[in-house]
Design a protein around this ligand. Structure first.
Ligand SMILES: *Cc1c(COP(=O)(O)O)cnc(C)c1O
Length: 431
């Protein structure tokens, strides 16, 4: 097993010298906060996340199979669901991904500065005062307001003039078909299409929507998807009537993609491209959608080590609030991983970890930087033994796995926030 080190300290946003954060970009006076993450070479504490890039590549190819004729675009928002976006993006680019989608302009710029060449779709829609950054970094904005179009058109005109080129900007138009969050509603569609017509330097390259209930099992999920597909279809027809022929129509997240393999929808909701996020990282949004043909592999392992061991006589307590009391002579291990590292505090007295390949309970309240494990039944437990919070472990006592889904269930969360909560204090090691 070899480790590849990715230095987050040399990862720059914008053209300013490194070391200043937040930064002021010279060109456009936009403040861009550079995310700072503990880097492997600086890490002293044994707590770390190991990202398995081979598993990531495997998942990408599985998704390609599931997508059929449609392209698989990788959704790498929130630092690639906590895995570290630059390294994940590089791996997927080598595996042939055509487009990466992120939520923030800042996330897109981080990827460009990391050398990512493929198309980058910025889905969040916050570009105010940063149009120049958007154009300079060859990013594709998602638009859904007339104001966006107008301001973008002006920025493109200015930019092209300064560069002495004529290059239209390709945008993706987002349709709100039932998510009720971002997107043009069907009522506003005519006016935004009229508006776009008047700007020759804005090209609609893509049309997209987003499902609200693709991961809601059963009939209510399907019904909602039907409704949204129906509205999307009529939006697409209208867009065609205006003479637009967008190259890409896209809608499906991970759950919708897998669902489309099992359930018959009136149209193929994979369209020209699918936008999976969580599935790239080995999490199946609804496990009963999966056939063995599409086995995903977990990509992240969160581990630490025992830094202290103590024997407690019966009746003694552990942690803030003394929420756990020993009922027998107990052996308690202290682990340097707490809620500030992203270990959900709701796992206090609920969660489990792996030691020597066997489960041991988290006891007492999880603190900011530490937690305690009852290792009374694991007599082999010693100082510096590995403790796994998420992922697999093989040891003297067996083999076991703790998945993001399992943690989510215990902590009353969803796998998405389990992964994206792993904080920047935890260095990512790439394997
Ligand atoms: C996050 C996101 C996705 C990916 O969703 P997953 O459920 O993680 O696959 C796709 N499209 C949009 C617009 C998103 O915001």
């Amino acid at each position: 097993m070899s480790s590849l080190y990715y230095s987050s300290t040399s990862n720059r946003i914008s053209t300013l010298p490194s070391g200043s954060s937040p930064m002021l970009s010279q060109e456009s006076n936009v403040r861009i906060l550079r995310p700072r993450r503990a880097s492997p070479e600086q890490s002293i504490r044994p707590t770390r996340a190991e990202v398995n890039l081979a598993a990531l590549k495997h998942n990408f190819h599985v998704l390609e199979q599931a997508a059929g004729h449609a392209q698989v675009w990788a959704v790498l928002k929130a630092d690639a669901y906590g895995h570290g976006a630059p390294a994940v993006a590089r791996t997927l680019e080598r595996a042939g991904v055509q487009c990466i989608a992120v939520a923030l302009l800042e996330e897109a710029i981080e990827l460009r500065n990391a050398g990512i060449k493929c198309s980058i779709l910025v889905m969040g829609g916050c570009y105010e005062q940063a149009y120049q950054e958007l154009l300079e970094h060859r990013l594709t904005p998602v638009v859904y307001h007339q104001e966006h179009i107008k301001k973008l058109a002006r920025a493109v005109e200015f930019y092209n003039h300064s560069q002495r080129t004529y290059k239209p900007l390709q945008v993706h138009l987002k349709i709100d078909t039932g998510m009720g969050r971002l997107g043009v509603t069907l009522n506003e569609l005519d006016s935004i299409l009229e508006c776009t017509k008047t700007y020759s330097n804005i090209e609609i390259e893509g049309v997209m929507t987003h499902f609200a209930c693709a991961d809601v099992e059963g009939f209510s999920g399907s019904e909602s998807m039907y409704d949204q597909l129906y509205r999307f279809q009529s939006a697409l027809q209208k867009i065609q009537r205006y003479g637009y022929k967008p190259r890409f129509t896209h809608a499906a997240n991970s759950a919708a993609l897998f669902r489309s393999l099992r359930e018959k929808f009136p149209i193929d909701l994979r369209f020209d491209a699918v936008r999976p996020g969580i599935a790239l990282f080995g999490v199946t949004p609804c496990s009963d959608f999966m056939s063995p043909q599409f086995q995903l592999k977990p990509t992240l392992r969160l581990r630490s080590e025992i830094v202290s061991l103590r024997t407690l006589e019966p009746g003694l307590c552990v942690g803030y609030g003394s929420t756990w009391r020993s009922s027998r002579r107990s052996c308690i291990a202290t682990i340097p991983m707490g809620y500030a590292d992203g270990l959900p505090r709701s796992l206090s007295n609920q969660g489990v970890v792996l030691i020597h390949g066997r489960r041991a309970p988290i006891v007492g309240a999880i603190s900011m930087d530490m937690c305690s494990i009852d290792v009374t039944d694991i007599s082999a437990a010693q100082l510096h033994d590995e403790v796994v919070f998420l992922g697999e472990q093989k040891g003297l006592l067996g083999y076991d796995v703790i998945s993001a889904e399992e943690i989510a269930k215990t902590a009353n969360l969803i796998p998405w926030d389990v992964l994206t909560s792993i904080s920047r204090r935890v260095p990512r090691f790439y394997i």
